[in-house]
Every structure is written in C-alpha cells, then in structure tokens.
Design a protein around this ligand. Structure first.
Ligand code: 6R9
Length: 656
C-alpha cells in the first residue's frame, strides 16, 4: 500500500476525542507512565506483570527468542494455571465471592462462588484422570455457555491436558476435522442447547462427527435440556454420574511455563483450519495484565460481562483465563440477545449491576437496529467501562454505544487482537487515553506494533499499509499444532528479513500517529487501481440515517477490476419500500460518494434482512461475493445461522 488513496482518508476525518474524566483517571489501574517504563525495559515490565501470578518456581529468564519465531517466556518458571484462576483466591479468603452469575436462556440461574468453582474443577480434574487423561493429552470440548464449559477447561489446565474448544454451533464435519487434527482422547459435550427459545440437539451431532474417530475413547455428556440422546455403551458417560461423586480434593501440579495450555482452531479461509497453540506462563501473564489494564477491573467491586462464546478466543482469554486470574465476578449468559426479548442484555446488566461490558461491533449495530428505546427502558447506571472486539468499529456505532449504553460517561475501549496474539495488543487505556471513535489507537505498554509498506518500511503519519508486530510478546502463539512450516509461512515469511509478525490486517496512522485498523488485507478492494477498504465504505453507509448495518465486497468487474457491491440492513422503523426504492438507493450511493469520493460509489446496493456471520460475529464476505458475482453459494458450515443465505437469495429474487 505505497500509493496514497484518497478513499482511505475517510475514517480519518473523525476528529472527536474524549478525554478521561478526572474521577476515572484518579482511580485508574493504568497510568500514563507505563508506556515509558515498558519502552525503557520491556522484559522488566513483563516480569513485573508476571508477578500478578503465583509461581511455584520463579523463572530464570524472561524471554528466550534464540529459536525465533518460536518464543519461550519465563523459562524455568513453573505454575499451575487453574490454581492461579481458582484456588489462590479461595486461599486468600475470597471463597465466598461469586465467580460466576450464570443466566440460562430459559431464565434459570446459578451463582457459583470461588469455593464452589474450586470443588467443581477438582472433581472434574479427578474425573478426567480416572478416564486416563494425562498431561499433554488433548480433550475436545463442544459445549454451549454453561458453567461446565468453564469447569472443563480449567480441569484440563489443572492436569496439564490441552483443551480444544469447538463452537457449539459448528457442524459435525467441522468438529470431526478438529478432533482428528488434535487426536483428541476425550470429547466433552451436552445433550442439547437452548437457542432462541428452543432446545437443539448437540450429542446427536457429536455422534455423527465421531463415527469412526479412532482417537476418541470417551464422550462425557452434560445434561442440560433433558432430551433423549443416542448412547454408545462403553464410550459415553454422563457428566453428573462421572464428576459429581469424585472427591473435591485435588493437588495441583506445577507445570513448566511453556507447558501447552490449549489449541484453538481459527476459521480458515481455505482448506484445513489452523490449530493455534498457546502455552501457560506467558499467556496467563498477558491476559491477566491486559484484563487489569484495559478494563480497569477492580476485584471485589466490579461485575464484569464479556458476551463472547467460549468457542472463540475472546471467551478463552476474557471469560476464562484473564478474568478468573484477576478474581472477577462475572456474568455468563447462555443464550441469544433477543430471547425472549430485545432488552435481554440490558435487563441482565440492570439485575446484576454489571460495571464492565465487553462485546462486538456487529452486536452493537444490531442493538442500534432494534432501536434506542430498548436500552432506554433499563437502568444501566452501574456501567463504567465498555469494550469492543472482533472487527473495526465504525465511528457511528462507537458513538451510539457511548451514548445509549454508556450514558456518555463510560470510556469505550476498542481492542485489537487475534486468536494468534492470545490477548489484547492495541487498545486505549481507560483513564489514560483521549479516546477517538473508531480507532484502537496505540499498542499497549509492553507491546510493539507498526504500520509498514510493501517493503517493510514504517509509513509516516497519515500513511497506510500493513500492521506488523515487531517484537515478541508473552501471549503470542507458539505455533500451529503439528505444522511448524505453516506457522513460519503464514506469519513470518511476508517480512522475514525484518523478522516481523504479519497480522494480515490493513492499518493506517492518523496525524497524531494513532492506529486505525482497516480490516483484513484480503478485504481491501482495488477499484480502477484505487485501494478502498471494505470497512471504509461500510462506515460511510452506516453513517446514513436509514442504514443499520452494511457489508461491502469487491466483485469482479470487467472495466474497473473490482466493483463495489454493498448489502445493507435498514434501521428499525424505516419503511423498506421507501428506503429500498430506486431513489433511496441512489441517495445512498451519492452519500458514499460524498463521504469518501466518487470512486467509492457502490456499483450496486442490495437491501437484505440479515447478513451471513460466523459465531464470532464476522461477516463472511466470501459468501456475499458469491451472491454479488452470481455464483453458486459456497460452504456455509461455519455460519452461525446457515439459513441466512437462503433469506438473502430469496429476498433478492423476489426483487426486494
Ligand atoms: C479477538 C479476535 C482476529 C481478526 C483481526 C482483525 C479483526 C479483531 C478488531 C479487529 C479491527 C478491532 N479484529 N478486533 N479489527 N478492530 N478492535 O477477534 O480474534 O477471531 O482471531 O480475529 O479480527 O481483522 O485480524 P480472531
């Protein structure tokens, strides 16, 4: 991205800034000095962060980068991750503190204290051991958001087995390929899950996935819906029959800092999914530190809620490991945000007095679509920090979030990171940063990131290019499971000479040197030789009063190389025949031209009822490209709701 596209300037016309309030700054966990302290001696800074944990044996070396790009952090150190997340809080006298306020979709609830969580994790660890699971074995977990999911992950960590969590919504084929790749010995699942008010089977899908899977010895089934399930004698066991009778005592063993903790597969764009490997000491240090700094979490005071699914890395790092290491009290919600009504999240925040709320832009835009009057009905005054993750947040959504959810009082932190980075890398710090709507702004203290051009040279202020991470960090992936070559090839070959990690995201510096993420580099379109980011056009579209959500793809065009095709969802209350009519569409095209420049005018705009998204909320542009290019629609197995594509296609055919 050496050439300067006028189009890329659009996001940067955003000039509003929000300085932290004095009261917030006075009590903030993070201080402005951290940046300089970390720059001065990065390893010493990370060593101080590692002090947040309990180590059975202290490390002898902070970072060993001698076998780059395979990092070792806190070498010689030994710790038990589950002990750090549970037992030590009980030993420090916080056994009665609620760890999890669990809310089931049908309305049932459970409060689990740290003392109870410790008992559950110990029982589950004993149960896994009784099945012959030992350190370094792999356990696949396909569960919805129920407490057993968290207990199962911590039980694996406690005995040094690696978990591989697979989305509850993933197809049998997707589960099978992950089970085979990791050669999982045990699979933990449930009979079924509640989704949108209905019980959907899980166990039956797991059975389908596991037919002939040779590595799997046992399947442990949590009873949730109570529906009948197929049963394989000798292989299948009920969780309550296996786990409940186990002793609640279990001595945690200290494992090496580099002992593997988990594998998590990223939804690959093509071919085989990548099994991202994370290890113990560095990872836990990274997620505990970032959860403390970015969310300003105060143990014993705050009520935290991250709305992610544990099948996604955000659930691993910011529901399980970071928050529990920091002695959080958190909400875990099983269901969808509009079951039984569109105010469900706000009702939960009001009830539990949630003070820190972390969600995804796609959901924020959905809330916008449902209307301002819904959150307005609830008391959201307990909130004090709002977070966003998963994709670039457009300034309109950021402002809406700040105003309608945060009451113009809560700092909004836009956190950039990836499955591969393990934890948050670029984000404002509440109480420190002057926030800018739509920008993740600055690498955290201890983290180094740069925007570089094709040759790996850092671009200047106002310049755009590729985001790279130029220094190793504790939470970084240690490789791709079973495929060292692919690890080197995917992340380290693009800028091999400089030794940079290639994140695959486009980014830009503004005039102050703040970073703006522009979406995946494969989502950058090339129209008549001009580079235009899909995010940028989407951002322009949603800044129009009739548009709630937009997805933009570059479709092959005989004249311009690529043509811009936009799919838009209208805001609630906007009459579809009016807003979807020829004149309204023309007005939208003109609006984009006005916001970005005539070059960014979409060739085609289609009004649709839904957009195809993965469970982590990412729009699957590949499928929209198929529609835009009149092709047969490709593989939809990783969609959260695979019927969405039918809805879009039939809506378009009926001329809407
Ligand atoms: C945590 C997570 C990683 C990709 C990443 C980027 C996009 C995530 C973002 C963001 C802009 C943010 N992404 N957070 N883009 N601003 N705040 O999402 O992990 O599922 O591995 O996705 O998501 O494109 O490269 P993962």
């Amino acid at each position: 991205m050496t050439e300067q596209s006028p189009a890329l300037d659009n996001l940067l016309t955003e000039s509003r800034t929000f300085p932290p309030s004095e009261e917030f700054a006075a009590r903030a966990n993070a201080t402005p000095e951290w940046y300089a302290e970390a720059d001065q001696d990065r390893e010493a800074f990370w060593a101080r962060q590692a002090e947040r944990l309990h180590w059975d044996t202290r490390w002898s070396q902070v970072l060993d980068w001698s076998q780059a790009p395979f990092a070792k952090w806190f070498t010689g150190g030994k710790l038990n991750v589950a002990y750090n997340c549970v037992d030590r809080h009980v030993e420090a006298g916080h056994g009665d503190q609620v760890a999890i306020h669990w809310v089931g979709e049908p309305g049932d609830t459970r409060d689990i204290t740290y003392a109870q969580l410790k008992d559950e994790v110990c029982k589950a660890a004993n149960a896994l051991t009784s099945l012959g699971v030992t350190a370094n074995d792999r356990v696949a977990i396909q569960l919805q958001m129920i407490p057993e999911a968290i207990v199962a992950m911590l039980a694996c960590a406690r005995i040094g087995a690696m978990h591989s969590v697979v989305f509850g919504g993933f197809s049998p084929t997707a589960l099978r390929s992950r089970v085979d790749d990791a050669q999982a010995k045990v699979v933990i699942t449930s009979d079924g899950q509640y989704r949108r008010g209905k019980a959907a089977p899980m166990k039956a899908n797991v059975d389908e996935a596991l037919a002939g899977a040779e590595s799997v010895e046992k399947v442990v089934v949590v009873r949730r819906t109570g529906d009948d399930v197929p049963w394989t004698q000798g292989r299948d066991l009920w969780w309550h029959e296996l786990v409940d009778p186990q002793p609640a005592e279990h001595t945690p063993q200290a494992f090496d800092s580099e002992h593997p903790l988990y594998i998590l597969y990223t939804s690959g764009t093509t071919g085989k999914p990548k099994g991202i490997l994370h290890t113990s000491g560095g990872y836990l240090t990274h997620v505990a530190y970032t959860h403390h700094a970015v969310f300003d979490h105060k143990p014993g005071e705050d009520v935290y809620w991250c709305t992610a699914d544990i099948g996604w890395v955000t659930g691993h790092s910011y529901i399980v490991y970071g928050p529990l290491a920091n002695r959080v009290t958190q909400v875990v919600y099983e269901g969808t945000p509009n079951t039984p009504h569109e105010g469900r999240h706000w009702e939960i925040i009001q009830k539990y007095k949630v003070s820190i709320y972390y969600t995804a832009p796609t959901l924020i835009r959905t809330f916008m679509k449902w209307g301002n009057d819904i959150p307005a009905k609830y008391d959201l005054s307990s909130l004090r920090v709002l977070g966003s993750v998963g994709e670039p947040i457009n300034p309109e959504a950021w402002m809406w979030y700040r105003e309608h959810i945060g009451g113009n009082r809560c700092p909004v932190v836009d956190t950039w990171w990836q499955t591969e980075t393990g934890g948050i890398m670029i984000s404002p710090l509440p109480g420190v940063t002057h926030a800018k709507p739509g920008s993740a702004q600055r690498p955290l203290p201890g983290i180094s990131a740069k925007v570089v051009d094709d040759t790996g040279t850092e671009v200047g202020k106002g310049g755009g290019g590729y985001l790279v991470l130029d220094k190793p960090w504790p939470g970084m992936l240690r490789g791709i499971w079973g495929d060292d070559e692919r690890y080197k090839e995917t992340y380290w070959s693009r800028f091999a000479e400089q030794g940079f990690y290639f994140a695959g995201d486009g980014a830009k510096y503004d005039a102050d040197g703040d970073i703006w993420l522009l979406g995946r580099v494969d989502d950058v379109m090339n129209v008549s030789g001009h580079r235009i980011s899909t995010t940028e056009v989407e951002s322009a579209l949603v800044s129009h009063p009739t548009v709630a959500e937009a997805a933009v793809v570059g479709a092959t065009d005989p004249t311009t190389g690529q043509g811009i095709v936009a799919f838009v969802i209208l805001r609630g209350g906007v009459a579809e025949d009016e807003a979807g009519g020829a004149e309204a569409i023309q007005a939208l095209r003109d609006h984009v031209a006005k916001e970005i420049g005539p070059i960014a005018k979409p060739r085609q705009i289609m009004v649709v009822p839904e957009l195809p998204k993965t469970r982590s909320g990412k729009i699957m542009r590949r499928l929209l490209r198929d529609v835009a290019e009149n092709r047969e629609i490709g593989d939809v197995t990783t969609l959260a709701d695979s019927s969405v594509m039918d809805l879009i296609s039939s809506g378009l055919k009926s001329g809407k």
